[in-house]
Design a protein around this ligand. Structure first.
Ligand code: XMP
Length: 315
């Protein structure tokens, strides 16, 4: 039986020995990186700098929310706005694996810069077991390169510390609850963020569309769950497809883009089943997306595939 209190105690003492000087941690505000930041700061205090990078791929209002949380947790933090750099790096890139690797590498470069300024030698990451299992090793096939694993450049100068690498998601949530971290019940959000929810090139315009669509999916599903119409899925979001289709708006022909809604139930992300969302909720989501993004999106579809054979994200 997993004991979060014992886990924290052991990790804090291990980290005290492992980290000799200063360290930085990449914190996206998600459960994994926030738990890793809080545990590491328990071990080394202000010798840890928690860095939040605004990649331009974050969810609506996310940067503001995360900053508030980092402040509340009493962490020594810095917000770095690197969105122009990330968009430039992804210019013309459509292959999902290349996208993930470019984003991973950019992250590291931004951190290296920040670490140099701070005088850090260590990079702490919130990598958990499914991240590295699915990124492949000698025994396993690469399903997808999770940005915080395969994206690491070979010449990285920082020493890597991964306090959560043996934990599964449900265990990380237990640790978060134990630490009283408010994000403990938040749904997971992938490291490459909205860039992998735009299928094809992640331009600023495309990311803006999927950001709005994700916000609508989250709002409507959370509202429906709160009013007892459905149970809250494990993860729920929107994906922008590189498919245009013919529609009609008023009496005009439209040729807009397509949003896929994805919602799944899972325990540890290794397998998942699609959520049986009531049709009235799906209808509300669809209506809001096409109304609030007139001239951009004119079709909404629901993904009814389990994992396997699909994965949770589309890229
Ligand atoms: P897949 O799509 O592989 O996703 O079924 C499993 C879980 O992992 C999240 N995910 C990521 N998390 N870095 C992360 O930290 C990544 O690169 C990444 N890609 C996917 C995904 O949202 C799901 O919860």
């Amino acid at each position: 039986m997993f004991d979060p209190g014992k886990f924290i105690e052991e990790k804090v003492s291990e980290l005290k020995h492992e980290i000799k000087g200063k360290a930085i941690i990449a914190c996206s505000g998600g459960v994994d990186s926030t738990v890793a930041a809080v545990i590491t700061s328990k071990a080394i205090g202000n010798r840890l700098l928690t860095v939040y990078v605004n990649t331009g791929f974050m969810r609506k209002g996310e940067t503001e929310t995360v900053e508030k949380m980092l402040k509340q947790l009493g962490l020594n933090y810095k917000i770095v706005d690197a969105s122009n750099e990330f968009f430039a790096a992804l210019n013309g890139v459509v292959d999902p694996e290349r996208k993930r690797k470019i984003i991973g590498e950019k992250f590291i470069r931004v951190f290296e810069r920040t670490a140099r300024d701070f005088g850090a030698d260590y990079l702490v990451q919130g990598t958990i077991a499914p991240d590295w299992i699915e990124s492949g090793d000698r025994l396993r096939d690469t399903i997808k390169t999770h940005h915080n694993v395969g994206g690491l450049p070979a010449d990285m100068k920082l020493k890597l510390v991964e306090p959560l690498r043996d934990l599964y998601k449900d265990e990380v949530r237990k640790v978060a609850r134990f630490l009283g971290i408010e994000v403990s019940e938040r749904q997971p959000f992938p490291g490459p963020a909205l860039a992998i929810r735009v299928i094809g090139e992640a331009t600023p315009e495309a990311v803006e569309i999927v950001r709005e669509a994700c916000a609508i999916v989250e709002e409507e599903i959370e509202k429906a769950a709160a009013s007892g119409k459905m149970t809250l899925p494990w993860q729920y979001f929107a994906v922008l497809l590189p498919v245009q289709s013919v529609g009609v708006q008023g009496d005009r022909r439209a040729y807009g883009r397509t949003i896929a809604v994805r919602a799944v139930d899972s325990v540890d992300a290794m397998t998942a089943t699609y959520s049986k969302i009531p049709h009235e909720v799906l209808e509300k989501i669809s209506l809001r997306i096409v109304n609030e993004m007139k001239d951009k999106v004119n079709r909404v579809v629901y993904d009814i595939t389990d994992k396997p054979p699909a994965t949770i994200e589309w890229e």
